[in-house]
Design a protein around this ligand. Structure first.
Ligand code: HEC
Ligand code: HEC
Length: 170
């Protein structure tokens, strides 16, 4: 085996072994596949779905990962090693479109893209017991835990009125 290949393999094994990778979709800007560290789904999907890294710019991920002990009114602290590894992965796979506006509260749900894509959804719909919050992507995007947000994996949450159903995705 050429030395280079042996070296690359060893280096890869050294980086990847401690955290198994799971390949997920990441279809924010067209279909793309992305390897997710298992620690991400384990640590960041306890209270909401593990959000695709492409949903926020790097600066927002950096602030979020730097303040996990004060995370939207809860404590989502991790050990330093997980924070470091997940931060690096989030930085590498963040939304990289140039000239992104700063995101209020570092919330995906306050990004220009989120607001635009959901502009037909009525405010009451977000508050339905079957939805609870716009941050609960899985209420409507059945593939969100796989990084899939396309229109092909959408369901209407329980409890929509006829009018809300009409406004759903016209
Ligand atoms: C102990 C529970 C908990 C854990 C663990 C947790 N979060 Fe959260 N997270 C929350 C809550 C609560 C909110 C606010 C949800 C809402 O407004 O409905 C939130 C919101 C968010 C948002 C903003 C969602 C929006 O409104 O657009 C992001 C991004 C986020 N979390 C990322 C993470 C990441 C990354 C991790 C892992 C490092 C993580 N969270 C782990 C509780 C948690
Ligand atoms: C109450 C239901 C609901 C919730 C909760 C919800 N969405 Fe959506 N989302 C929709 C609907 C409906 C559309 C389709 C809009 C259209 O095509 O007119 C959509 C569209 C999208 C799109 C565009 C898909 C495409 O192919 O253009 C993205 C990306 C997206 N949502 C991300 C999210 C994320 C991330 C979350 C959670 C932070 C979330 N959504 C929460 C209902 C929801």
């Amino acid at each position: 085996m050429p030395l280079f290949t042996a070296f690359t393999r060893a280096a890869l094994a050294a980086c990847l072994l401690p955290w198994a990778l799971v390949v997920r979709a990441d279809d924010q800007d067209g279909p793309r596949r992305l390897a997710w560290p298992a620690a991400y789904a384990k640590e960041c999907a306890a209270c909401h779905v593990a959000y695709s890294p492409g949903l926020l710019p790097a600066a927002s991920w950096a602030r979020l990962m730097g303040g996990l002990d004060r995370h939207f009114g809860t404590d989502a602290s991790l050990d330093a090693r997980d924070v470091e590894q997940l931060s690096r992965w989030l930085q590498q796979n963040a939304d990289r479109r140039p000239a992104l506006a700063p995101v209020p509260e570092d919330r995906i749900t306050r990004t220009a893209r989120f607001v635009r894509k959901h502009r037909h959804i009525e405010p009451e719909t977000w508050r339905l017991p079957s939805v609870r919050s716009p941050a609960q992507c899985m209420a409507c995007h059945t593939g969100a835990d796989q990084g899939r947000y396309s229109e092909h994996a959408l369901r209407m949450p329980e409890g929509l009125s006829a009018r809300q159903r009409a406004a759903w995705n016209d």
